[in-house]
Design a protein around this ligand. Sequence first.
Ligand SMILES: [Zn+2]
Length: 405
Amino acid sequence: MEKNNNLKTLDYFLKYITFDTQSDDNSKTTPSTFNQLVLAKEIYNDIKKLGYTNTFIDEFGQVYLFIDGEKNSDTIGFCAHMDTTLEESGKNVTANIIINYDGKNIILKNNKIISPNEYPILNSFIGDTLITTDGTTLLGADDKAGISIIMNLIRFLKENPSFKHHPISILFTCDEEIGRGADHFNNLIFKADYGFTIDGDTPYAISYENFNAAEVDINITGFNIHPGEAKNKMVNALLLAFQINSYLDAKAIPELTENYQGFYHLNDLSGNESRAHMHYIIRDFNQDELNNKIDAFYNAKDILLKKYKAAKIDIGVNYQYKNMAEILNKDSRAINKAKNAFDKLNISYKILPIRGGTDGATFSFKGCPTPNLGTGSYNHHGVLEFLNVNEHNLLIEILKEIVKI
Ligand SMILES: [Zn+2]
């Protein structure tokens, strides 16, 4: 497809990024921050201004919109989140629009540089229009680019009443970045046969596989005695912790894995000779492999308890989320819709696994199979975040093709 760097579609995006909508994982309220409600109101008003009436904000701050379509056709859902990450400020965002990018380093304030050496994808963006910040905040394209793409779709539908399309359900959620984005999802309200989250980076991908996830807590009790008298008596809980880790696959750690490889990630270790605590997150695309990874802890425990009679090892397992492929492999209507749209537009794409969780996974297990499409924005959660306008506009075309009848 021909490049489309037209900035006309960016009005919603450039407005929404000026709203600071950082979520807060210490907050007990829903949404976690008041600012998300302010943006929800703004979006709701924008939807009304387009002439839609079947729209509301629910008690959790989520914005809904329902659009009638051709009878006897599937209702297609689209979802994006309004909050931004805790990791970097999203306050006073200043958009820096780079027209006709020349392929060189992009130099921002405070010596921040977005460099093609570090981010080689920039080499394929020469001639495109890019939007960065001034380098002091994140951009918030995660996921306001997703919202903007959806808003452009619904504006197009209003402006082109003869365009025949599926019925559409739209949902803008809160608190995705703190893991609460799917908490209030109810497909009895959303009423979509299947849907798409518009969140993530490259537009040339469909993602419907995510990790199965569990966390493992291990509490180790040792036996302490004066080190001078310790021979054949002391059982050092901290050293038992080291030993437990040595029974796990040393290559299956985040820093050595990619694509479809799973891992053990030790993210807390504390204690002394008497007591130690370990916390791992375990990830794998395959549920059996995830269970095997968990079994490895119990095997280590058995071996160590035989050797150290005075020790105690408690293992707690908490399953967190599941791979939505389990659902999408049985109901592939959403994936087929997306694939057809890419084919019709003559765009090549990849099936890319998500090395994390996604709200779409929870939606899928709650009755709405929901793979993910990208937004054309990159370097999320940091001050080097940027949006590629051409890719943003391409996604609007992909969404139009998905809903088209
Ligand atoms: Zn996101």
